[in-house]
Design a protein around this ligand. Sequence first.
Ligand code: FAD
Ligand code: DHB
Length: 385
Amino acid sequence: MRTKVVIVGAGPAGLMLGRLLDLAGIDNLILERKSAEYVLGRIRAGVLEQGSVDLMDRALLGERLHKEGLVHDGTVLSFDGDSHRLDFTALVGRHVTVYGQTEVTRDLMAARQGQTIYEAEDVALHDFDGKPYVTWRKDGITQRADCDYIAGCDGYHGVSRASVPAAALTTFERLYPFGWLGVLVDKPPVSDELIYAHHARGFALCSQRSPTRSRYYVQVDAAEKLENWSDDQFWDELRRRLDPAIAESLQTGPALEKSIAPLRSFVAEPLRFGRLFLAGDAAHIVPPTGAKGLNLAMSDVAMLADGLIEFYSEGSPAGLDAYSTRALARIWKAERFSWWMTSLLHVFPDAGAFGRRIQRAEFDYLVGSRAAQQSLAENYTGLPQ
Ligand code: FAD
Ligand code: DHB
């Protein structure tokens, strides 16, 4: 078969790119390794920047988001029990919206017009420096699609970045010596707003998905095994890391989902190799602390879609030529912010007494300085494209 753009991966990046191309009348094909149910079953991000909400509106998918999404005007940061609320609206006139990645994905899947092939095995990218085509296997039969462009939206472990010759790629990486153990529970959130807590036992985050569904995380050692954590152990550890009054009102229950995510910062440069583009987690990873992963994936594909639409409607390659540089400028700012939030709020085993005092001084500076709070609020609610 022949199409204009083959999109590898049906996560939020691939599905949003497909949606924007569908709306512009640009023929595209999405190839996804897993089933749609599997993709929807992954519990990941929960916080949308205004730019991501705007993109859902542009994709004509804002209706449920505006009805069910929870507008958050601020958040709470706490350090060894000292809690401070940051009022994003007062600081920078912007807010974030709590609407889970699962819901974004569900809306995008429901609206999909172009073809998506789920459970496509052995996806392989060919000749993206010349006449690109993609092959895959479905039900034992190998198939092929010729195209003008390939969009690698297949996440950190995908085939797209791995298909680029190592010499053409520069990568930057930082691994953190800890992960996040997360639990999803059908109980009302302990607080109206998110609570990011630094505690001597490790970081904790109280998040949410809806008025009746909560998402909680605790920092664990990078080597920690999920089977070592019963639900009760998780709740006990979370309570220990929260303000006692908050811990007291925490409503617990059986975990609907429980998983450990490693924390990593990663960027691949550039984002274009001939007729192949990388976007989303295929190109970069942020530690989840700043709630940037999904939002970055959205801003990448907005830029990439604009470039493709400009090319097909006006014949101009300018947007596509600028994509890598433009997207990387924004990506590195989000990398910096996520690294900074992670550094402030986690316990680093090797920090020593000096490192711990610096963290405390950083927190004290933040709560005492409107300028520092504005900087956090500006980044958290989302930098402009
Ligand atoms: P993905 O969502 O990873 O989608 C890539 C898709 O490509 C997947 O569906 C995958 O199955 C498919 N694929 C992979 N390989 C192939 C192949 N060879 N062929 C075809 N298809 C393929 N961010 C936050 O902000 N907050 C969080 O709490 C948070 N938690 C996270 C927890 C985990 C375990 C992970 C992995 C990420 C988390 N993130 C979080 C990050 C956020 O979810 C991602 O940034 C976001 O999913 C990126 O979207 P994407 O579409 O680029 O990649
Ligand atoms: C969630 C995840 C984050 O990384 C974050 O900073 C805020 C919320 C969440 O999963 O709800």
